[in-house]
Design a protein around this ligand. Sequence first.
Ligand SMILES: [Zn+2]
Length: 150
Amino acid sequence: MICPLCAARVETEATACPACEMDLRDYAQVHYQPDAQFNEALRRLRRGQYAEAGALLAAVRAARPQDAEALILWAQAAHARSDDAEAVRILLDALELAPTPEVEAHYAAALAGLEAGAGAPTAALVDLAGRLRADIVRFEAQLHVQVEAT
Ligand SMILES: [Zn+2]
């Protein structure tokens, strides 16, 4: 990594900068902990520990709210433990962040999974999610119109 104070190159495991002696332990923790948590979440997912993976990805989300990749993985963890309502909620956030075809596909799959297992309260949620999505699309279209008008 790069020392945030003097920009010297520092070994990843170093606890202090060799050039300016800045203590790097807290810095390294803040900057690399979400990466470590993301990787640990991947390991947990492969072992079928979906709740643990979900908790780790919730922490990544808190540290990096703009990380759509972590949201997609978090939604996969929710889907894997049959919580499609949670997966849909997470992917709605991901869609606002990154409305890419990949996220759209994950969202559509999660919504289909939710509909497939829908009881009465879940059906109401599916309906709500669909309308929220429609609102987002309409809102985005309005934004585009406003941007083009100015
Ligand atoms: Zn330094």
